[in-house]
Design a protein around this ligand. Structure first.
Ligand SMILES: [Zn+2]
Length: 216
């Protein structure tokens, strides 16, 4: 199999630039992280979208966040069925081994995965409904929440509200994991739901009592 090609030149240049500046200025810190292991205080679950810059938003350095990214920042329900569950594996490791104190789900505006789910719910995306569509089957996690936004006429507003529902669905599904719910009950772990507006740089936090998102 000849699938591996040389790394693009621009990446090679950027790497050497990083090694000569950021790394060299923080060598001690990198070595300490390597020797002592990671002790992140928080896990973040965000979308794969390249515009969601988790570490930049929170000014986080290496070693601070345990980050998992997937399409539309979704957490599936707890399903110990022996299958391959990448998201669930990351959550299990963060909560039971790293013992993070905070678990943050970060949704975002203009989410392509959410738009795909809307199209699917409106019967406009047969390609996503195919059994072979990994994206479609992944977005099935969100489908039950469409009822909450189905009556919103403005399509942009509908998408923004549905994006916020990815966060709520993930928080609800997180609590179906026994090791998450027990850590939350013990007070060792707290869950946080956030949604960021990419164009505006805005950040909203889900208030579970008011059941709505409020600006941070
Ligand atoms: Zn997204």
């Amino acid at each position: 199999m000849d699938f591996a090609k040389p790394l693009p030149t621009y990446l090679v240049k950027r790497y050497h630039g990083w090694k000569a500046t950021t790394y060299s200025e923080n060598q001690f810190w990198y070595r300490r992280l390597a020797d002592e292991g990671q002790r992140p205080r928080a896990m973040v679950i965000s979308c794969c979208d390249s515009r969601v810059h988790v570490t930049s938003i929170f000014g986080a350095d290496q070693g601070e966040f345990f980050i998992h990214r997937n399409i539309a920042n979704l957490v599936p329900p707890y399903a110990p069925d022996g299958d391959h569950h990448g998201t669930s594996a990351a959550i299990e490791y963060a909560v039971t081994v790293l013992k993070v104190a905070h678990l943050i789900v970060l949704g975002h505006s203009q989410c392509g995965g959410v738009q795909g789910c809307i199209d699917m719910c409106k019967g406009q995306a047969p390609q996503l409904e195919a059994k072979e569509s990994f994206v479609g089957r992944w977005m099935d996690i969100l489908k039950p929440k469409f009822d909450l936004v189905v009556d919103i006429e403005d399509s942009t507003e509908q998408a923004r509200q549905f994006e916020r529902q990815t966060v709520v669905a993930s928080l609800e599904n997180l609590m179906t994991f026994p090791f998450v719910s027990s850590s939350v009950e013990e007070g060792a772990l707290s869950l946080h739901g956030l949604w960021t507006d990419i164009g505006e740089g805005g950040l909203e936090c889900f208030d579970p009592h008011q059941k709505k998102f409020v600006p941070v």
